[in-house]
Write a protein that binds this ligand. Structure first.
Ligand code: FAD
Ligand code: SF4
Length: 519
């Protein structure tokens, strides 16, 4: 899609692939002199190896926004991945377009990722040297600015999410009555966290489907590498705001009533369970977090959902999502290099195939490859849990998470992986390492019953790998972890263990770590 109106404009405005918000104030009026620039680039497809659906979803969403803006009377210059004029890098494309339009002003919305923020800051310097005005505007998406969490926690050693969440509830008067939390409690987590017995049924997947076979062929022909199932003919991630809003409404009616209760449950029979699958629409800004929160509040007021479910969901959006962003911006650059336990093992080959005998991992990774999505407990307590126990390199794991998930953008993926799941930052974010033996996975899922391994055994060929790796992890890291009061009974139990039993566990764990590819 090219702007054919005239070849000159005073101002070019850049829209990035995760800035697909048609309600941004930029678009409130049409301007003859403004051209919106949208760029599909190898710079963005290639910084890690991405899941095919992630590339399709972002390009399809960009093309759709360009179409909508054009239909609304805006001027748009869209460079597709296969356009011969596409130089595949942001500065090179912008230089070319600014010259082409002889523009004297350039605007962009604040990027979410440090990588792009730095690139744009450098580019702004370059423009100023050429006497071209460059300005950044807010993306008008988040509740917080990048430094709000850092200001709130200044002088504190621990950044407790609960403290941040309460601050947000009060500040934005969400779920508050007379300055007190609705229902008298801030948090209804104790009502949540149940396993799923098979009922109520998982709501049907009513997401809009579209055919992106042609776009997928264009992406492949352009030489973009990817992994995972493209599912191009029956693509289910939202294309635009209208589809995202439909998805939100469906979730509120059918998923949210059970969201809290089964938030941590896992099942081989239901990959979505009662999760919203809205993270892609939120992170690309098709949806605004405020409208999600206010619709959830309204559903509770109308008696459609229990308080625990509504509060639990709001905590994810108003609490976790904004808190994670605060961690990211305070600790960048350099956060990706944290590696508290000095773990260096490469990811086993089955991270790219799902082909492992461990049923929990083959399910969680299999779903990730199939759908470019897997819910929080798979990411944290199956894949991340195994990675930490097995000693996988956190930076390599970060690149995998950043590539595989449809919703993965560094500002949200990196703290979740390095901090929450790998404890590699030494506890800036998580109060303890999120690891478990088979017992937790068995309690929350139906995986262990059909698994090649025996959940009860610690030693031997058929013993569940999580068990020996779990005890070995705590034994290996006693100097770092034994004084952590949140770790509970692990160290007293280890101290009680006979030396021979511990040695056998450690030998078993060493054997497992030596053949991760074969597990
Ligand atoms: P739901 O379960 O329906 O939750 C609702 C919303 O709450 C999500 O859409 C999301 O916007 C927000 N949310 C919930 N938990 C978190 C959290 N921990 N951090 C930030 N937002 C949260 N989320 C991403 O959006 N992008 C990522 O790249 C990402 N990587 C992760 C990596 C690891 C190792 C872990 C443990 C978690 C990661 N998460 C990430 C958080 C969470 O797993 C996903 O937001 C969630 O699974 C998305 O699915 P959903 O929309 O169905 O979420
Ligand atoms: Fe996973 Fe172990 Fe259970 Fe198998 S037995 S599903 S490997 S926890």
């Amino acid at each position: 899609m090219q702007d054919h109106q005239t070849n000159s404009a005073t101002t070019l405005r850049l829209i990035l692939g995760d800035q697909l918000n048609p309600q941004h104030s930029w678009f409130a009026h049409q301007h003859e002199d403004v051209v919106y620039i949208m760029l599909e680039m190898r710079q963005e497809t290639d910084y890690v190896l991405h899941h095919a659906q992630k590339i399709i979803a972002i390009f399809a969403g960009m093309r759709e926004l360009a179409r909508q803006l054009t239909a609304d009377g805006h001027r748009v210059h869209y460079l597709s991945i296969d356009d011969p004029a596409n130089q595949q890098s942001l500065p090179a494309n912008l230089d070319h377009l600014l010259r082409q339009y002889q523009a004297r002003e350039f605007g962009y919305q604040s990027p979410d990722e440090w990588r792009l923020e730095q690139q744009m800051a450098d580019y702004g310097q370059h423009l100023r040297q050429q006497k071209i005005t460059c300005h950044m505007v807010d993306s008008e998406h988040f509740y917080t600015d990048t430094q709000e969490a850092a200001t709130l926690f200044s002088g504190r050693k621990k950044w407790l999410m609960e403290h941040f969440y309460r601050h947000m509830r009060v500040k934005h008067q969400v779920f508050m009555e007379d300055n007190k939390p609705v229902g008298g409690q801030w948090n209804y987590d104790h009502d949540n966290r149940q396993s799923w017995p098979g009922t109520p049924a998982e709501p049907p997947d009513t997401r809009h489907q579209h055919d992106h076979t042609v776009l997928w062929k264009t992406i492949q022909d352009a030489g973009v590498m990817s992994f995972g199932n493209p599912n191009a003919a029956q693509f289910s991630w939202p294309l635009n705001r209208a589809q995202a809003l439909d998805q939100l409404d469906e979730f509120i009616l059918h998923g949210l009533p059970h969201f809290g209760q089964f938030q941590d449950a896992m099942s081989s029979k239901a990959w979505r369970l009662f999760h919203s699958l809205l993270s892609f629409a939120l992170n690309t800004k098709m949806l605004n977090p405020r409208e999600v929160v206010s619709k959830v509040q309204a559903a509770w007021c109308a008696g459609l959902v229990p308080l625990a479910a509504a509060e639990g969901y709001i905590r994810q959006i108003l609490g976790w999502r904004e808190y994670i962003r605060g961690i990211y911006w305070h600790h960048m650059p350099g956060y990706a290099e944290h590696n508290l336990f000095a773990h260096t093992a490469p990811l086993p080959a089955w991270f790219w195939s799902g082909d492992t005998k461990m049923r929990c991992l083959s399910t969680a990774i299999g779903q990730s490859l199939q759908h470019a999505h897997s819910h929080h407990i798979h990411r944290l307590m199956v894949i991340g849990n195994f990675a930490l126990l097995a000693g996988l390199d956190p930076a390599a794991l970060h690149r995998w998470y950043l590539g595989v998930y449809i919703d993965a953008f560094e500002w949200v993926e990196l703290p979740n992986t390095i901090g929450m799941s790998q404890y590699a930052d030494g506890g800036l974010l998580a109060t303890k390492p999120y690891v478990s033996s088979a017992a937790y996975i068995d309690r929350m899922s139906d995986y262990c019953k059909g698994c090649h391994y025996n959940k009860k055994l610690r030693i031997g060929e058929n013993a569940c790998p999580f068990n020996a790796l779990y005890w070995d992890f705590f034994a290996r890291n006693a100097a770092t972890l034994s004084s952590n009061p949140r770790i509970g009974m692990v160290y007293p139990q280890l101290r009680k263990m006979e030396a021979a039993a511990l040695q056998a566990l450690q030998a078993q764990a060493a054997g497992l770590r030596a053949r991760l590819d074969d597990l």
